[in-house]
Design a protein around this ligand. Sequence first.
Ligand code: PAF
Length: 293
Amino acid sequence: MQVVTTDKNLREAIGNRSDSSCGFVPTMGALHEGHLALIRRAVELAGTVVVSIFVNPTQFGPGEDFQKYPRTLEADLLAAEQAGADIVFTPDLQTMYPGYGTPTGVTVDTPPLPATATEPALEDYHRPGHFAGVCQVVARLFDLVMPRFAVFGEKDYQQLLVLSAMVRANDTRWPHLQVIAHPTLRDDDGLAMSSRNRYLTPAQRQRALSVSRALQTASDCETAESAESAMRSLLLAQNLVIDYAVVRHARTLMPLRGTTEPARALIAARVDSVRLIDNAPVAIGTRPDTSYT
Ligand code: PAF
């Protein structure tokens, strides 16, 4: 496995591969089994697998955890190699954003978000500017890697929808790129795997389990209203502070209008200072829909 830090070395490393059709897994490091599953999926899809590790400052809001975000490069490299990555790209800020902080810095058009252009929804509402930052960094990475496949986890469900929309809206820029969604991986206790789980104390982790339990409960409910109310009760019983606990249209993230639409339950809630997000398909209406792209 090659580790490269500059865009020039990245292009060379990809070009030197006998099969340079790329599967790409962008990450912010602190790799866990969820990330490794994405890498393994990319290995199944493509001859060359590139993983990027970059903690992107532009997707963190003021007061969020950019500074304390776990940085575990040595362990990440070992894990990525074992999962089958061929190239790991670990750029610095100036490589990613030449002229960062100046008016000449990289700019990337943010595509319209799938929920609604006039009313930011869910993550977009609670983390203003977050998706602009995500699209900025991922667009830059796509330009550098020019992957054939990019693999993202369903754990960040709205991010998956936003990035799929970005790729669709830029089909001349990345004409062959296909976004691949990978199901969320969970620990045995049900907690969705996340780099931020390491912030949780054992006691907080017990309370955090209410998130996956709430999603499980939602899947047994017959209406969106009863699912939302059941989720809220479970989360509040563990003293979580809820940003949202909703059932939405699985593709637009708008409130459901009928009972025949594909539905997804989505939660963002805080266990003290640790913010967790999770989601699951729910069978309110027809079958859960998983065709994002
Ligand atoms: O999901 C993440 O880890 C990040 O949002 C991503 C896609 C790597 C962009 O920084």
